[in-house]
Design a binder for this molecule. Structure first.
Ligand SMILES: Cc1ncc(COP(=O)(O)O)c(C=O)c1O
Length: 397
């Protein structure tokens, strides 16, 4: 019998990607009693399980088998309308042809990379950035421009310098810039209005697209800033949203809003890999709640949890340790000068607290060595206090 070599069947375009670290390597393997300051998940108590159960019952009572067929129920169109209404409220008026509902924001990122990137395409990213987006882009190209983020978000002056230099020396300009301008993962920072304007000008001057990942955009502790999509006059912004952080990640519902030519091409590759049942359940759930009331409740809860984390940091960390103050979202980004946070993680987990080491959010794993990402979303207030206390003790040692 001949030995079958599975690797020899893998496509040439896929093979280079398999040299990267496997997906999800950044996820610490957490023991049961460990306080999860690593998890960028909603707080368990805020996931509306009973309301979603009621939505399933209502949907099936009303429509019987319809939502369980390929084509699904009229509620699928309803979900699109509900997303359009929410975008409209935030100054983003999009038609049906300019909106694609996806299996979470992650599928949106993947589909965008798939239709826009060639092997030699350059992607501009923030340093640091969302590690799963990095994993996705690495499947398509290894050409990057990595621009640092400070407390006011992406440093657009540095981006401009890089673009000028590339143009001058004949290097390729980026196909798109991937940014999380509002309550960024992992830094929690928000791009200022001036930088938003500057970024849109740069996109126009140097002819690239902007992929705006707005997964946390509605979770503002004060006002939500205007999105790049709402400010965009040229159709250069592909705006990604998600219901994972405000309803439930397991429903896998996200979207892309952008110029219809892009959306048509994205649809081409998404084909009918829909989840009609999840979409119609979500639409039924949304039509039976007041989303504004829910959003207020979420904002208040996360604002309080964030405040607990910040005051615990203040109380327990040595003076050399610094962090940004988030104005929304799920995360705090902490700098521990001289500490390798990957090495520290094992000890932290032995003490019963987990976080994500900063290196996973950078292209180059040497960067970010002194940083860690804390999430205040998942753990409860008592756990947040205890977790930070444990970390503080360990760092002081
Ligand atoms: C910036 C960012 N984009 C996208 C996602 C993923 O969203 P979804 O669950 O909708 O795929 C996350 C989740 O952590 C995120 O932080």
């Amino acid at each position: 019998m001949m030995n079958m070599d599975a690797k020899s069947f893998i496509s040439k375009t896929i093979k280079p990607a398999l040299k990267n670290s496997p997906p999800g390597e950044w996820m610490p393997s957490i023991t049961e009693n460990c306080i999860r300051l690593n998890s960028g998940y909603p707080a368990p108590a805020l996931v509306p399980d009973q309301e979603l159960k009621a939505a399933v019952v209502r949907l099936l009572d009303e429509e019987r088998d319809l939502p369980l067929h390929y084509l699904g129920s009229p509620h699928i169109d309803k979900l699109k309308e509900q997303i359009q209404d929410r975008l409209d409220e935030r100054g983003m008026r999009v038609s049906k042809e300019e909106l694609l509902v996806t299996s979470g924001a992650c599928q949106a990122i993947d589909l965008i990379a798939r239709i826009l990137l060639d092997e030699e395409s350059v992607v501009a990213i923030e340093a640091p950035t969302y590690m799963e987006a990095l994993e996705i882009f690495r499947n398509y190209t290894n050409q990057y421009i990595s621009i640092p983020v400070d407390e006011h978000g992406l440093q657009t002056d540095l981006l401009e310098k890089e673009l000028e230099e590339r143009k001058r020396t004949g290097l390729s300009l980026p196909r798109f810039l991937y940014t999380i301008p509002t309550f960024q993962n992992p830094t929690g920072t928000t791009l200022t209005l001036e930088r938003r304007k500057h970024l849109l000008e740069l996109a126009s001057t140097y002819n690239f697209l902007i992929v705006e990942d707005d997964a946390y955009g509605e979770l503002a502790f004060g006002e939500s800033p205007e999105t790049l999509k709402a400010m965009d006059k040229e159709g250069r912004v592909l705006h990604i949203g998600s219901l994972s952080k405000v309803v439930a990640p397991g429903m896998r519902i996200g979207w892309v809003a952008g110029a219809s030519d892009f959306i048509t091409t994205l649809c081409w590759f998404k084909k009918d890999l829909e989840h009609p049942f999840a979409h119609s359940t979500m639409a039924t759930y949304l039509e039976n709640i007041d989303f504004k009331v829910r959003l207020e409740m979420l904002k208040n809860t996360y604002r309080e949890k964030c405040a607990v984390m910040l005051s615990a940091l203040q109380e327990n960390m040595p003076e050399s340790v610094t962090w940004y103050v988030p104005k929304g979202g799920y995360f705090a980004w902490v700098r521990l000068p001289g500490v390798d946070t990957s090495e520290l993680l094992e000890k932290a987990m032995a003490e019963g607290v987990a976080y994500i080491p900063g290196k996973h959010f950078f292209l180059d794993s040497v960067e970010g060595k002194e940083y860690l990402r804390l999430s205040f979303s998942y753990a409860d207030e008592k756990e947040i206090g205890e977790g930070i206390k444990k970390l503080g003790k360990l760092i002081r040692k």
